[in-house]
Design a protein around this ligand. Structure first.
Ligand SMILES: Cc1cc2nc3c(=O)[nH]c(=O)nc-3n(C[C@H](O)[C@H](O)[C@H](O)COP(=O)(O)O)c2cc1C
Length: 245
């Protein structure tokens, strides 16, 4: 019963507006087809870690593997188009806003300042060697499409190239930027179009994570790991499966 009370409160009370404002979600009633399927029984979850805690020699952004994407943006006239590996973070769900951080010295930073449209091409594990080739080279010295063997495509709405091997393209338009000394500049963008190949996203617009080898990298140790096992969903503790941020 407490789940039901909470559900109604979220839908009708001021908390709904507050949550929507903070998270950009739309907590209105949805059809069954839009709700998350039940969470499968967990398969052998590791036991909670209870050992002693120690302070590491160096502080670091030691959080689980962060998604990095293949950013594509037009080059300067006569220069190759740019592909670069950048970490990315979601800023908001609705309206869809996303951010990337580009090094001052990187070609990607200069081109993101020059053009306000770009594409975030979501990579998968089968692309890992091409991904590493893109990382290990700069567009200042070579055409990274040629070097990596990745296929250049065209975005559906924005003026920017794509990586055709990526199952998902987020087509973006920059809305804000912020210099973060000593070495980075953040670019925040609205996602104005998203395209996906069959098998990566279901009819409800939900990523089919267990079927696709999405991956992220550990900051500080530079290792790539896939993601995959679903452990829950937003609102599970109040009996809801219809909330999308
Ligand atoms: C997982 C991963 C994440 C990275 N994230 C960033 C990033 O957020 N910003 C950045 O400037 N470089 C990042 N890099 C490094 C650049 O991809 C790399 O230096 C690139 O070759 C720069 O190319 P460019 O000069 O053509 O822009 C990352 C590399 C890896 C492997």
């Amino acid at each position: 019963m407490s789940g039901w009370s909470r559900r109604r409160f979220l839908e009708r009370g001021s908390a709904a507006a507050a949550i929507a404002a903070v998270w950009g979600c739309a907590p209105e009633e949805r059809t069954d087809a839009e709700t998350s399927p039940p969470v499968p029984e967990p398969s052998a979850s590791p036991a909670p870690l209870t050992g002693p805690r120690r302070r590491l020699a160096e502080p670091g952004p030691m959080i689980p593997p962060c998604p990095a994407i293949l950013l594509t943006v037009n080059g300067r006239p006569g220069d190759p188009d740019e592909i670069s590996v950048l970490w990315t973070f979601v800023v908001n769900g609705n309206p869809p806003q996303i951010g990337v951080s580009a090094g001052f010295e990187h070609q990607a930073r200069e081109l993101l300042e020059l053009h306000d449209e770009f594409v975030l091409n979501v990579p998968v594990a089968s692309m890992i060697e091409a991904f590493d080739t893109v990382d290990m080279n700069s567009s200042r010295v070579a055409d990274k499409f040629e070097l990596s063997g990745l296929t250049r495509g065209a975005a559906s709405v924005v003026a920017a190239p794509t990586v055709e091997e990526s199952p998902i393209h987020c087509e973006c338009r920059t809305i804000a930027s912020l210099e973060v000394p000593p070495v980075r500049k953040l670019f925040i963008a609205e996602v104005v179009a998203t395209t996906a190949v069959e098998g990566a996203v279901d009819d409800g617009g939900r990523l089919i994570v267990p079927d696709v080898d999405f991956f992220g990298m550990t900051a500080g140790s530079g290792e790539h790991y896939t993601v995959g096992r679903r452990v829950g969903n937003i609102g599970m503790t109040v009996g809801r499966s219809d909330i999308k941020y």
